[in-house]
Design a protein around this ligand. Structure first.
Ligand SMILES: O=C(O)CCC(=O)C(=O)O
Length: 280
């Protein structure tokens, strides 16, 4: 059976004694599922997964989503989005610099993601970590007055936000890709369906503004929330080893890649994204 070892008091756990390449018993899956809901980030070391095995494990949590960056999907496996700085014969092998800003995956979709499962195929000797912070813990650490204000608010999210205003990637994004994802609205506080915990649901990557506020008011409130959520003592920083599989709960956290590694150091990751299907 899987052994679960928490890595920080706020979020994250390592899972030992599991080979994700093999079919999991229902009991082992239930233990992992429960740990995922409780810890929000799970780290499995020394995993060697084929794309089929990666997809099969991910699918046990729900249907998989296909990322809007069609050119960065793994050929023959549209469920796998490649994050990579590797170039072979002039052809890039995935999205370089992806996600190097705090975000939760796909909040620009009408139905955002439940979670993501990333498999490290090549990692730099130094750098290229991923940071995580708990949006549930952050909400719980606010005063009741602020909690009440936030619970009445709605935010506007848009895919192009990360790629326009904050100019975070080294390669452009086609206008046609941006046009495929118009703005959507989500409550600023959402209840996690498995834990019942209230989670902040805004992020610098894709949240454009708080609906009904002036730009100045919205920027002030969002700026406060972003600083609050990402306080260093609440952040888990994962240093990748080749073969790591890390899965994270997009309903309960934000994450950010750290773009500090040498461009000539290969970093090549495969990621699946699980859809959040409402129950009932
Ligand atoms: O590559 C990383 O460390 C972060 C990737 C990321 O943000 C994502 O997959 O959404």
């Amino acid at each position: 059976m899987p052994e679960i070892r928490p890595v920080t008091p706020v979020l994250g756990a390592e899972v030992a004694n599991v080979d994700l390449a093999k079919p999991l018993s229902n009991a082992a899956f239930d233990a992992i599922h429960d740990a995922f809901n409780r810890h929000s980030v799970l780290v499995f070391h020394d995993q060697a997964l084929t794309p089929e095995q990666h997809i099969e494990f991910s699918r046990r949590f729900g249907p998989l989503m296909v990322h809007v960056f069609a050119e960065d999907l793994l050929e023959g496996y549209p469920e796998i989005y490649r994050l990579s700085n590797v170039v072979v014969d002039g052809v890039r092998q995935g999205r370089p610099d992806a996600g190097q800003y705090w975000h939760s995956d796909l909040t620009y979709e009408e139905r955002p993601s439940l979670g993501s499962v990333m498999h490290a195929l090549e990692v730099p000797a130094v750098g290229g970590d991923t940071m995580f912070c708990s949006t549930a813990h952050a909400f719980e650490q606010l005063s009741p007055v602020m909690q009440k204000i936030l619970e009445g608010l709605t935010a506007i999210h848009e895919f192009g936000h990360a790629f326009g205003r904050s100019n975070t990637t080294s390669i452009g994004v086609a206008q046609e890709t941006l046009d495929r994802r118009p703005p959507v609205e989500h409550p600023v506080v959402r209840v996690h369906p498995a834990t019942g915990r209230k989670c902040l649901f805004v992020n610098p990557g894709f949240t454009v503004k708080i609906k009904g506020m002036s730009d100045a008011e919205s920027d002030l409130l969002l700026g406060f929330l972003y600083r609050h959520m990402t306080r260093p003592e609440w952040v888990l920083r994962h240093k990748w080893c080749k073969g790591d599989v890390v899965m994270w709960d997009n309903r309960a956290l934000l994450h950010s890649g750290v773009g500090d590694y040498d461009a000539s150091s290969p970093r090549h990751m495969h990621r699946t994204t699980i859809e959040d299907v409402p129950s009932g």
